[in-house]
Design a protein around this ligand. Structure first.
Ligand SMILES: [Zn+2]
Length: 102
């Protein structure tokens, strides 16, 4: 009796090809366009219609949602860093000097 050909790996070949067909509803060119708007989206700088378009894209696009999460975290970090004392004092000193000279 042979025990070598058991067919154990049957079904292993159903892997989907690299191009996922699940993204059919999304136009590929929308990704860069949406990502370009994400910082304005966070800032509240977009028109309502644009906000809706971006949110609708985010609803169906995990990639851009992840991108938005990264961007939001970056913006938060930058916000925490945006009160550097040294440059602000240097600028004040420059202004004071300019004022005292005039
Ligand atoms: Zn996208």
């Amino acid at each position: 009796m042979s025990q070598a050909h058991d067919g154990v790996v049957l079904g292993a070949h159903v892997d989907a090809p690299a191009g996922s067909p699940s993204a059919v509803g999304l136009a590929e060119r929308d990704h860069p366009a949406v990502r370009a708007q994400l910082s304005d989206y966070l800032d509240g700088g977009l028109a309502i219609s644009e906000v809706e378009r971006v949110s609708r894209h985010l609803d169906s696009c995990a990639d851009c949602t992840a991108y938005l999460a990264t961007l939001r975290r970056t913006v938060t970090l930058l916000g925490e860093l945006s009160t550097p004392s040294a440059p602000a004092r240097a600028r004040d000193a420059t202004i004071q000097r300019a004022l005292s000279e005039s």
